[in-house]
Design a protein around this ligand. Structure first.
Ligand code: NAP
Ligand code: ZN
Length: 361
């Protein structure tokens, strides 16, 4: 096997990659495998910028492989299909999310929970079973096995569809799994970023009363008037947090940084559920006694399976649930990462790959 990225396979590909833990992205020539029997090739049009991309390019979780082409909120158009592909044809609008493969034979894969397969392969910065590298969607094309390609329903704009493939499914899935999808429930959303604003929109569409719990007072007006949240708590305001004790049935915590759990557990009613989806880089302190009093649950959730992702996209199209996006050219991506680190984005950057990713850029 060739070790040079541009020689690893035969199909020349161009994207932007981080070369080291500085996380700075720059133009990068590499290669992808040729379209296999069950593969779908797509020209990438849009790719969302997830906080996980930022964590990966700076090796915050210690697992990054460089050069690293990030991007797992990918929307594109099919350019080629293998002879055994059944679901897609050239010209279809499709998406690729956080996963590009799994073992396909374990119980979780059988149950359409590829996201919980112990051997799943993530779209960016991992290794395929043959030892070659997975490069993500900050690139001009993708080759992905049919099972891991998702059809984009009519009615969803292609740029706004991109963040649904990670941010959207990551909050939709736990609302469903943990029974937080019943109309009339009181749902809290911690952190109003890419995932958080989608959690507000999905929870509202499911009929919940939604409270945002945020460190950013300047997000309040828009959260209520524009995103449709019903109330807004400043997590650092003791009086506000005290007044809201014991009011929530469930909380989706999307915070990417270390933060205290005790105040959030306090917001839950008896039997309430706190679901962690954000990934702080170090372990959080878990106060046990407040969990016992009131029989509260803390759980986690990781993106979603392919079938549920399709279901989520259909739900989003039907209920007009769309992310608020700032579309950027690829040249802006390093500035976008700096702004993401400062929680300065409303609420998801989406890179216009189709129009701005050029060899000369
Ligand atoms: P994001 O857009 O940066 O949003 C994170 C939000 O967390 C910020 O907007 C901010 O909201 C809040 N926050 C940031 N720093 C904070 C701090 N020091 N203390 C308290 N709150 C803080 O990120 P994202 O793309 O939504 O991703 C969020 C997290 O989910 C990341 O850790 C990412 O890696 C992870 N993730 C997990 C999955 C999964 O499958 N579980 C999937 C995708 C992403 P406020 O300004 O409102 O406080
Ligand atoms: Zn993501």
């Amino acid at each position: 096997m060739a070790t040079q990225p541009e020689l690893e396979h035969r199909k020349k590909t161009f994207g932007w990659a981080a070369r080291d833990t500085s996380g700075v992205l720059s133009p990068f020539n590499f290669s992808r495998r040729e379209t296999g029997d069950k593969d779908v090739a797509l020209k990438v049009l849009y790719c969302g910028v997830c906080h996980t991309d930022l964590a990966m390019i700076t090796n915050k979780w210690g697992s990054s492989i460089y050069p690293l082409v990030p991007g797992h909120e990918i929307v594109g158009v099919v350019t080629e299909v293998g002879s055994k592909v059944e679901k897609f044809k050239i010209g279809d609008n499709v998406g690729v999310g956080y996963l590009v493969d799994s073992c396909r034979s374990c119980q979780n894969c059988d149950d359409n929970l590829e996201n919980y397969c112990p051997d799943f392969i993530i779209t960016s910065g991992a290794k395929y079973i043959d030892g070659t590298t997975t490069y993500g969607g900050y690139s001009d094309s993708m080759i992905v096995e049919e099972r891991f390609v998702i059809s984009i329903p009519d009615g969803l704009p292609l740029d706004a569809a991109a963040p649904l493939l990670c941010a959207g499914i990551t909050v939709y899935s736990p609302l469903k799994y943990y029974g937080l999808d019943k109309p009339g429930l009181k749902i809290g959303v911690v952190g109003l970023g890419g995932l958080g604003h989608m959690a507000v929109k999905f929870a509202k569409a499911l009929g919940a009363y939604v409270t945002v719990i945020s460190t950013s007072p300047n997000k309040k007006k828009e959260a209520i008037e524009h995103l449709g949240a019903d109330s807004f708590l400043i997590s650092r305001d003791q009086d506000q947090m005290q007044a809201a004790l014991g009011t929530l049935d469930g909380i989706v915590d999307t915070v990417s940084a270390i933060h205290p759990l005790l105040p959030l557990i306090g917001l839950l009613k008896s039997h309430g559920k706190l679901v962690m989806v954000g990934v702080p880089e170090k372990p959080l302190e878990l106060p046990v006694f407040p969990l016992l009093v009131g029989r509260k649950t803390i759980g986690g959730s990781l993106v979603g399976g392919l079938k549920e992702t399709e279901e989520m996209l259909d739900f989003a199209a039907k209920h007009n649930v769309k992310p608020d996006i700032e579309v950027i050219p690829i040249d802006y991506v390093n500035t976008a990462m700096e702004r993401l680190l400062k929680a300065d984005v409303k609420y998801r950057f989406v890179i216009d790959i189709g129009n701005t990713l050029k060899q000369s850029s």
